[in-house]
Write a protein that binds this ligand. Structure first.
Ligand SMILES: Cc1cc2nc3c(=O)[nH]c(=O)nc-3n(C[C@H](O)[C@H](O)[C@H](O)COP(=O)(O)O)c2cc1C
Length: 241
């Protein structure tokens, strides 16, 4: 049983290389309208979206790239660059610090697999930290996407706010896919929330969850990368004996 809808779902893949082609405002409006038809906890929709385009997008991207350069240098560099990072604090996470914790044993092989397979498509050899960090920096260029969304969730609803945001994001990403646009959810942009707050009015009740890059895909091989899918048997819990 493989309906057209199942095939449509399976054909959505993260886009990590975008054309410098503008997304018309009415299309962004349509994606946001579609995002709001997702289910939501008591219909509260405990999230807000910052839509970064044009000069705002570029300013945020430039600041992210500058911070990533400092952070990457400190991680891979000598004691002096580590001390510099510590004193200037330029590059240190200002939000979501816990994201950088190591994966637990159950999930680590999955994360390692996607990393290995994706970097192999990108031609980055295992252990090549310079090129790996350069590729990670593409996150801070939003992979060339002209539109970057920043997804904020209300802190009061805890896990349900993130769950609602996930549902909303999936609606939005599928709507984009149906219109021939590519998207990539980006946890990478969640670590310097202050940069986004400089540009948008964000209440202190909201926390940055992640970003979503939106635009028209190039024909780069990275956009044909097929991330591994779990088997249903890995998903379903076994009954107790
Ligand atoms: C919340 C969230 C954050 C993500 N963060 C990143 C990211 O920072 N950079 C990136 O390249 N991909 C990111 N991804 C994309 C995942 O790697 C991708 O969805 C996964 O490997 C499955 O591949 P697919 O989207 O092509 O089906 C993120 C996905 C989600 C849902």
């Amino acid at each position: 049983m493989d309906s057209d809808f199942s095939q449509f779902l399976a054909s959505r893949r993260s886009t990590r290389d975008f054309l410098p082609k503008t997304v018309p405002p009415e299309i962004i409006e349509q994606l946001l309208t579609d995002s709001l038809t997702a289910p939501s906890w008591s219909n509260t929709r405990p999230f807000k979206v910052a839509v970064a385009t044009g000069e705002v997008r570029d300013r945020i991207s430039n600041e992210f790239l500058s911070r990533w350069a400092a952070l990457s240098k400190a991680r891979n560099g000598n004691a002096f660059s580590k001390i510099k990072l510590f004193f200037t604090r330029h590059g240190l996470p200002t939000s979501n610090r816990r994201m950088t914790k190591p994966y637990v044993a159950e999930l680590k092989p999955r994360a390692q697999r996607i990393g290995k397979e994706l970097y192999s498509v990108l031609g980055v050899a295992r252990g090549d930290v310079v090129n790996r960090d350069a590729q990670w920096a593409r996150n801070y260029e939003f992979f060339g996407a002209p539109v970057e969304l920043f997804i904020y969730i209300h802190k009061s609803l805890h896990i349900y706010a993130a769950s609602d945001a996930g549902l909303m994001m999936e609606n939005l990403m599928l709507s984009a896919h149906a219109l021939g646009l590519g998207t990539c959810a980006q946890g990478a942009v969640g670590i310097w929330d202050d940069v986004v707050r400089r540009e948008f009015e964000v209440s202190g009740d909201y926390r940055l969850l992640c970003g979503i890059a939106i635009g028209y895909p190039t024909d780069s091989p990275v956009n044909s990368f097929k991330a591994h899918r779990l088997d249903v048997s890995d998903l379903v819990l076994k009954l107790k004996n």
